[in-house]
Design a protein around this ligand. Structure first.
Ligand code: SF4
Length: 94
């Protein structure tokens, strides 16, 4: 799962999750693709089916629809952290 090349992140959890890790997103996800990290949750971009069920469940609105939306919101650091969690580097797989 973690060694498959990731070309793009859809549904990505941003920094509002850091230190919160509420977990409502995990309960909402039908394919169990949200992983609990040390500081925040991370969505596996390979297993995610882009259903959007997690988005309204997050109490701190931490979930973006894709990496571009996250970057536009000033969360490039979160995009990089998400790639890193899955052992990849942002910008090297395209
Ligand atoms: Fe899970 Fe759907 Fe959210 Fe992807 S978009 S993490 S499949 S609930």
């Amino acid at each position: 799962m973690f060694n498959q090349k990731i070309k793009y992140l859809s549904y990505i959890i941003g920094k509002a999750c850091v230190g919160i890790k509420d977990g409502a997103c995990i309960d909402a996800c039908p394919v169990d693709c949200i992983h609990i990290g040390e500081k925040q949750m991370y969505i596996d971009p390979v297993e995610c089916i882009d259903c959007g069920a997690c988005v309204p469940e997050c109490p701190v609105q931490a979930i973006f629809e894709d990496e571009q939306e996250a970057i536009n919101a000033g969360e490039l650091d979160s995009v990089i952290a998400n790639y890193k969690f899955f052992n990849q580097s942002y910008g090297t797989n395209n």
